[in-house]
Ligand binder design. Structure first.
Ligand SMILES: *Cc1c(COP(=O)(O)O)cnc(C)c1O
Length: 359
């Protein structure tokens, strides 16, 4: 029996996708091969790759001005790759600090450029998104970086920053494809696939074409966006199996009605869970209401001595990976696209039952 998996990543995948992958494992479409065994330059895999790219472009409504890359290294590698690709002749970049993942981006960027922390939510333990009126942007910055969904803290931007002529760069690892986004407002969007797309190993990078001429000479070829654009993301061997599974997820999303339809479901799922947490004094949801993430819902038991019993009881009911990140403690329910509403309802029922027993 499959569990309800609340992992923050690698995370739950749609069951029909896993079934299809299982059925196609030994012989993909009569090729006599698993996708894992195919040449990345053969016609079978080239077709899988092209279809996955086209479907993702459709799902996100990526305009022709923006290139789409399927790379490796994850978002943490991109934290270094971004300054190497975008600094050009400039020496500094603006970063907005909303929590653990912003901090990691800042730390890495400092190896390559001067970082101006334009705003920080550290004053309230990273429980909110600083409004843009408080950002101290530097007009000479090469770019402005933000993490639009903090996976650990559970803080999400529900608005799009306006950085004028300075390109906006967003780490969307944990909420890409969960909501409608106007891609044209961003210079770069990036994210690892293992939260809301597919298996670990695939990194999505969406970059505005006019930004491709700013790479530093030291930028490694495999991470050089312009070289990768020219090579159709195949300058090195791409993560072929991860791209195949991501492609199946894109087909599944299109069949669900695309991003607007999945966003509606995500809004309803998040409301169900936050309403249950808010209705009780037994549980605490630390994030400011306007900035709560729809994808990652951290919460605490007011009596932390019950954490172990809570997690054990959840597992007995088939709900796994609810333990919060070690940086913040407590619990975290990640409710990505592939988490069915039944899973959220099961958690809500359990929250009530556990409180009745122990409250
Ligand atoms: C998971 C995550 C990362 C790290 O991704 P890796 O694939 O481990 O490099 C970075 N940013 C955010 C917002 C994440 O959720």
């Amino acid at each position: 029996m499959r569990a309800y998996n609340f992992s923050a990543g690698p995370a739950v995948l749609p069951e029909p996708v896993l079934r299809q992958a299982a059925a196609e494992m030994l012989d993909w479409h009569g090729s006599g091969m698993s996708v894992m065994e195919m040449s990345h330059r053969g016609k079978e895999f080239m077709g899988i790759h092209a279809k996955a790219e086209a479907d993702l472009r459709t799902l996100l409504a990526i305009p022709p001005s923006h290139k789409l890359l399927f790379l490796q290294g994850g978002a943490i590698a991109e934290n270094a790759i971004i300054p190497m690709n975008l600094l050009g002749a400039r020496k500094g970049a603006d970063y907005v600090n909303t929590g653990e993942w912003s901090k990691k981006s800042i730390k890495e960027a400092k190896k390559y450029c001067t970082v101006n922390v334009a705003a920080s939510a550290e004053d309230a333990n990273f429980t909110y998104v600083p409004p843009q009126s408080r950002w101290k942007l530097d007009a000479g910055a090469a770019f402005v970086h933000c993490c639009t969904n903090e996976t650990i803290g559970g803080v999400e931007y529900h608005w799009t920053p306006d950085t004028g002529d300075v390109p906006l760069v967003a780490d969307m690892s944990s909420h890409i494809l969960s909501r409608v986004v106007d891609v044209s407002k961003y210079g770069v969007i990036y994210g690892g696939a293992q939260k809301n797309i597919g298996p670990a190993g695939l990194t999505i990078v969406i970059v505005r074409e006019d930004l491709l001429d700013r790479a530093l000479p030291i930028c490694p070829s495999a991470f050089h966006w312009k070289e990768q654009v020219e090579a159709d993301s195949m300058l090195n061997t791409p993560p072929t199996y991860a791209i195949y599974i991501a492609g199946l997820v894109f087909e599944w999303l299109l069949a669900q009605g695309g991003v607007p339809a999945i966003e509606k479901r995500n809004v309803a799922k998040a409301k169900l869970l936050y309403d249950a947490l808010d209705a009780s004094a037994f549980y605490v949801s630390p994030v400011r209401k306007e900035d709560r993430s729809r994808m990652n819902v951290p919460f605490k038991l007011r009596d932390e001595s019950l954490d172990g019993a809570f997690l054990k009881g959840a597992e007995e009911r088939g709900m796994v990976q609810l333990k919060g990140h070690r940086a913040v403690g407590g619990m975290r329910a990640s409710i990505y696209n592939a988490m069915p509403v039944e899973g959220v309802q099961a958690l809500v029922d359990y929250l009530k039952d556990f409180e009745k027993q122990r409250g």
